[in-house]
Design a binder for this molecule. Structure first.
Ligand code: ARG
Length: 462
């Protein structure tokens, strides 16, 4: 290489020819890792502060680095910053610009660290912020569900098993099931955050560094709960991204179930809910259509998050210690999982208040499904008939009602007594949907009173 050759990679000192363009494009990550620029700058400033405090760099160097980084940040913020794939990744792009701005102090910033511990730190900071955002969004999502559940605490809805009408439930109770699911999701994210929130910096390339660094000080500056205990582990594992994707996959699985129910309930054959027009789309050919695109897409996007979980597991499988370039492949799946979960929660938060229940359609489905048949069997059992015999008697009664095109509650007392002489006119109280709901009156059950109590518990801070 002659003096006039274009500038090469910062690490190119021992190389005899420039990297091929194809290799540059293949190996560069700046296109997708630039979104961690805030974390990269924040971690660099903490590192520099520690270096100055330990007397590894001069106070004047730190002052230059702080000034230069402020300038870099404002250039990135304004869009003026020129990202270059010649500089491979977010770390080298920022460091290079800093050095152009402030000279030697910029070159001292990398003392006692490596991009291996730098990138691991940036990802952890980025993911920690993302988990905090998701936590807030999950809380809002639950609040919207709770508001709707409160409004519909006593609205009878057919509860299904095997997608066949089973027993009446309240619509509020049904919605609270999703509050429970997403509360467990929130616990999983919080748990993942605890393990994410440890500082890798100081591990340097893999073995630690010869400088008298203070990792605990850097951890405190960056709000990490602790430092990673082992330098090899710190730079090489990405299990926290896998954990995050696992928690995300479960959340998306829950949201896909809710999505599927919304799609079904919006179908005119069910007609249980109406979704505000702003969440529906039309068809370019069929003028009558009103399609539930948002829940359909949420259901579909679940697949990509499952894919990212498997992708990251496969990425890490069989990697020898310590850092390998394979790890650069952690970012796109992680970022896409974060975006998908965040966007899906945001859109549900807006969509849930746009749901209107259609109680008449819910009630007519309950009637057609003989939803209070179990209540009649329980009634006979309370009067002394063994449950299996009661089950059979009610089965015959349902058959009779079906022949007559009637609901059980519409059969006359004489008709009903054909199936068991134990039936009296107090039977009609249990055959009504309201009676059936009110009778399931214990912690965790569907009675309106219990639904309201559950909502109050969910709303009270724990
Ligand atoms: N862009 C790299 C990544 O995402 C940063 C670490 C590179 N380290 C290295 N030794 N090449 O993993």
């Amino acid at each position: 290489m002659s003096q006039s050759d274009p500038p090469q990679y910062t690490w190119a000192g021992r190389f005899s020819e420039p990297t091929s363009e194809l290799v540059k494009r293949y190996t560069a990550s700046v296109r997708f890792d630039q979104r961690m620029w805030r974390q990269d700058i924040r971690a660099s400033l903490a590192h520099a502060t520690m270096l100055a405090r330990q007397g590894i760099i001069a106070a004047a160097d730190l002052a230059d680095i702080e000034r230069g980084m402020a300038q870099v940040a404002s250039e990135i913020e304004s869009g003026a910053f020129l990202w270059s794939i010649d500089l491979e990744d977010v770390h080298l792009n920022i460091e290079k610009r800093l050095t152009t701005l402030i000279g030697d102090a910029g070159k001292r910033l990398h003392t006692g660290r490596s991009r291996n511990d730098q990138v691991a730190t940036d990802i952890r900071l980025y993911l920690r912020d993302a988990i905090d955002d998701i936590d807030v969004l999950l809380g809002e999502f639950q609040n919207r569900l709770l508001d709707l559940a409160e409004r519909e605490a006593a609205t009878p809805l057919p509860g299904f098993t095997h997608l066949q009408v089973a027993q009446p439930v309240t619509f509020g109770h049904h919605l609270l099931a999703y509050v429970e699911m997403t509360r467990r999701d929130a616990e999983r994210f919080a748990d993942c955050r605890r393990r994410t929130n440890r500082l890798p910096l100081g591990a340097a390339a893999l073995a630690g560094t010869t400088y008298p660094i203070d990792r605990h000080y850097v951890a405190a500056l960056l709000g990490f709960d602790a430092v990673c205990e082992n330098s090899l582990d710190a730079v090489s594992d990405r299990d926290f991204t896998i954990e995050f994707c696992a928690a995300s996959a479960l959340l998306m699985m829950h949201l896909s179930r809710l999505s599927e129910e919304l799609v079904l309930w919006m179908n005119p054959r069910f007609g249980f809910i109406t979704l505000a027009d702003r969440f529906c789309t039309g068809s370019s050919i069929m003028p009558q259509k009103r399609n539930p695109d948002v829940p359909e897409l949420a259901r579909g996007k679940t697949g990509r998050v499952f894919g990212h979980l498997v992708g990251l597991l496969t990425l890490m499988k069989g990697q020898p210690l310590a850092y390998n370039k394979d790890n650069q492949e952690d970012k796109e799946p992680l970022f896409d999982a974060i975006d998908t979960v965040t966007d899906t929660l945001r859109i549900f938060i807006e969509m849930i208040p746009g749901i209107t229940a259609n109680p008449e359609n819910m009630r007519s489905a309950l009637r057609q499904g003989f939803a209070t048949a179990t209540d009649l069997a329980d009634y006979l059992t309370r009067k002394g008939l063994p449950f299996r015999d009661a089950h059979e008697a009610v089965g015959l009664a349902v058959r009779r009602a079906e022949e007559l095109g009637m609901d059980l509650a519409q059969l006359s007392l004489t008709d009903l007594r054909q199936f068991s002489p134990l039936i009296d006119d107090d039977v009609f109280a249990v055959l009504t949907v309201e009676g059936s709901l009110a009778a399931r009156n214990h912690h965790g059950a569907t009675a309106p009173e219990q639904v309201r109590a559950a909502i109050a518990r969910a709303r009270s801070p724990t």
